[in-house]
Structures are given as C-alpha cells and as structure tokens.
Design a protein around this ligand. Structure first.
Ligand SMILES: Cc1cc2nc3c(=O)[nH]c(=O)nc-3n(C[C@H](O)[C@H](O)[C@H](O)COP(=O)(O)OP(=O)(O)OC[C@H]3O[C@@H](n4cnc5c(N)ncnc54)[C@H](O)[C@@H]3O)c2cc1C
Length: 408
C-alpha cells in the first residue's frame, strides 16, 4: 500500500451530482479527484429518460420532492431552473422542452449530457478514475479514503455522491450508505420509488400492454388518501406508468404492514359518472354492452369491466338494471385494485429514504457529523417525482456544495 498525492477534494461517485461538483470545484481552482467504481462515469444519466435524459423541469419547485423538501428548497434557491438551463447551454448541450415542462437534450440522447459533463470536467482539470471503488472512509485531520485495491488517497474535503441502491444494473449500490455510516451518519428506511407495483387482481394480466389516462388514488375515502393523474400502463403482474410511479414512494412503508388499496378513475374530468352513463345509455339504448363502451374505453378494459361488473353481454343497454348502471359508473370512477408489493430494486428508478437530512447543513450540504464532508444527490433522504426532478436535484447538490466549499 502506497500513499498517493494529496487532493483538495475527493469526490466519491461520478454520477450526476459528482460530475457537477467536480466540474464546479475544478473551475474554482481546486485539485479534484473524482472516483467511480464502474468502468464508465454517469451510467444512470445514460439510462435516464429511456436513454433520452429528462435533465430538468421548467416548473421545478420544492413541492416536487418528498423526504426532506426543505432541503430541496434550499438547493433550488441556489440552483433554480434558469441557472440549470443556462449551465447546460453553456456546456454546449442544446435542449428542447416537452409537455409538463420536461427538458431533454435536443439530440434526443442522454450521451449528450453525460459526455458534455465528462469533457467539461476534463477541460477544467478534474481527474477521473474509473474502476475505483472507495471502500473505507476515515477522518482525522484530513480525509483518508481506501480503495477496493488497497490504495489509499488523502484529501482536505470529501464528497459522497454515491447515489442510491436503486437500479444496480446502472451502478446503484449500498456503498454510499456504508461510507456515510463510517462517519457516524444515520440512514432512514429505504424503499423503492418511481417503481411499478404488483396487484392481487390476476385478471389485470388480460390488459397487459394497455395504456390509459387515469387518476389513481391510494387509500381512497380515507384521510390519508393521495392521488395522481397521468398515464397508467397495465402489465402482466400489475400496474406501471407515471401515474403509478409517482405514487409508489408513498406505499413502501405501508406495504411492509399489508396491502394498499388503490382506486382508478378512468374519467377524472367527468364529475358525475352515473349521470354520464345514464345519458349515454339513453343515446345508445339499442347497443349491447361491448358496443356501448366503443369509443369510451380501450376494448380490453371494457371487456374486463363487463366481466368484473357482471354485465349481461347480449342484451341492449336499455335493459340494464339500476344496479348494473350504478356498478358500471362506480367502476369507471373508482375501479378497485389491491397493491401487494413494489417491484424489486432492479426496476426502481430511485430510492425513497437515505442519509438523514437532520445531519446535513441545508445551505452547504456539509455534514453536521463530520466537518469537511459533503453529501449529495440521491444518497440523501430526498426523492423527486417523475419529470426531471431527481436529476435537477442531483445537479443542484453538486453545484451547491462546490460553491459552499471554502476557497483555498
Ligand atoms: C432507469 C432510470 C431512469 C431515470 N430517468 C430519470 C430522468 O429521466 N430524469 C430524472 O430526473 N431522473 C431520472 N432518474 C433518476 C436519476 O438518474 C438519479 O436520481 C440521479 O442519477 C442521481 O444522481 P446521483 O449523483 O445522486 O447518483 P448517481 O447518478 O447514481 O451516481 C452515483 C455514482 O456513484 C458511483 N459510486 C457509488 N458508490 C461508489 C463508491 N464506493 N466508489 C466509487 N464510486 C461509487 C456509482 O457507480 C454511480 O456512478 C432515472 C433513474 C433510473 C434508474
């Protein structure tokens, strides 16, 4: 084991927050070493947005975050949307804005973002070592970082930018939590978020591949009810799509105690479903059930609803009993499902939970347990909803910490 040169800053993790922090530190004249355990940096940036990288959102605000939104608010004050967009434009990444404020690189490829950051780091003089996993972190006067191969590095400041355990196939691991614990940090319970769910109702497999615009409510009719509108995708095992992904983070703690009830509204824009169905029955009185739903619902959803509601298939809808009519209206507005589990970590896009933010200075992201240590991004107990918010937070953390680090 040989001791290697001394760095001003060693950043552990060359993902979204680590690359941003390395670049900003190097631009401020610091001698920076960026360590990455994988063979390539920014692997989650590369897989993000289905390979298109939804890098930020024009409407980002603290309400888009869970866990510790107050910390997200402090980061957003220093790194609002406009600063983010200007930063990437200056980096040479042209962007386009799509629906709901989502921003993508104009090339349509996430490589534009990852490569622009990597090149800018290199140009600013930050050193990058891939295939270099930090396994031990100690602090005496300075930081001592031991790599998996036994090599030891020293630095005045250390940044933990290791990300979460979500999506291990793109570098997700428990490593960051382990390193944080070595310097006395605590980790709040971890749950998959931005993640699809399994449901008890096996018949859902009949809808595999079908998409619909819906409003989803968890724990309907209770004080803890929480809703989200958007697209749902039916799968062989259950439900996916943005409307479900955005609610998945709420379910983790509850699912360890038992299943979570979910109601699906296929027509959130129609307030009185029963009146709507009664009027439609009058208009199309001679149609049978299947014909009645044509133009209203995807054929497979209609077929399942007909079976589920016990509707007689071959009689004109004018013969529906009051009870049938009410059942159809009720299921269109609140089709019940029972969520039994979140899909595994390999399918989760992020983690809810992480380093306890009570142990972090919100304005600098410096550890309150260990001066000189900074903790960034998804490793913290902050998670954003789908739409570019997690990457925005990661860039914002890297930016905030670099600016807060004392000048040499
Ligand atoms: C499939 C998928 C799609 C996504 N799409 C989007 C999207 O479109 N928009 C959006 O906003 N968010 C998206 N996200 C979430 C977003 O990618 C993450 O929130 C963000 O990358 C987190 O940044 P980070 O810097 O905290 O961690 P990461 O980007 O995960 O970087 C952490 C890095 O640290 C490395 N590392 C970990 N431990 C060590 C160690 N001990 N030593 C050395 N290196 C280490 C890891 O290998 C990794 O490269 C997506 C995530 C996934 C999985």
């Amino acid at each position: 084991m040989t001791d290697t040169p001394f760095y001003d800053v060693i950043i552990i993790g060359a993902g979204a927050s680590g690359l941003m922090c390395a670049l900003q530190c190097a631009r401020r004249g610091k001698k920076v070493m960026l360590l990455e355990k994988e063979k390539q940096c920014g692997r989650k940036i590369l897989v993000s947005g289905n390979g298109r990288c939804n890098l930020t959102n024009a409407f980002v605000s603290a309400t888009d975050y869970r866990g510790t939104p107050e910390l997200a608010q402090a980061v957003l004050q220093k790194f609002p949307f406009k600063t983010c967009l200007d930063f990437f434009h200056k980096l040479g990444v042209l962007t386009v804005q799509e629906e709901n404020g989502r921003i993508f690189p104009r090339t349509g490829k996430s490589t534009a973002v990852a490569e622009a950051l990597r090149l800018a780091c290199q140009e600013a003089g930050a050193l990058l070592r891939v295939d270099s996993q930090a396994v031990k972190l100690e602090k005496k006067k300075d930081f001592k970082i031991t790599l998996a191969n036994g090599e030891v590095l020293h630095a005045k400041y250390c940044v933990l930018a290791c990300g979460s355990k979500a999506y291990p196939q793109a570098g997700g691991s428990e490593s960051g939590y382990q390193l944080a614990r070595q310097l006395k940090h605590h980790i709040t319970p971890l749950y998959q978020t931005l993640c699809a769910v399994n449901v008890k109702e096996k018949a859902v497999a009949r809808l595999q591949g079908v998409r619909a615009q819906v409003k989803i409510t968890l724990w309907p009719g209770t004080p803890q009810a929480v809703s989200n509108e958007g697209e749902v995708l039916f799968t062989a095992y259950g439900l996916s799509g943005p409307a479900v992904l955005n609610l998945s983070g709420f379910m983790g703690p509850q699912l360890s105690k038992g299943p979570v009830p979910l109601a699906m509204d296929f027509f959130p824009d129609i307030e009185d479903k029963e009146l709507f169905i009664r009027q439609r029955v009058k208009t199309f009185a001679k149609r049978n059930a299947k014909e009645f739903f044509a133009g209203l619902l995807h054929e497979n959803i209609a077929n399942l609803l007909i079976d589920f509601a016990g509707v007689r298939k071959n009689v004109p809808v004018s013969q529906w009993t009051d009870n049938t009519l009410k059942t159809v209206a009720k299921n269109l507005g609140a089709w019940p499902f029972t969520v039994t589990a979140l899909r595994p970590w390999t399918e989760a896009m992020a983690a809810a939970g992480g380093v306890n933010c009570a142990e972090i200075n919100y304005n600098t992201l410096e550890s309150l347990c260990c001066p000189g240590l900074y903790i960034l991004g998804e490793l913290l107990n902050v998670d954003g909803r789908s739409g570019g918010f997690n990457l925005h937070f990661a860039w914002g953390c890297g930016y905030t910490a670099a600016l807060a680090m004392p000048e040499e």
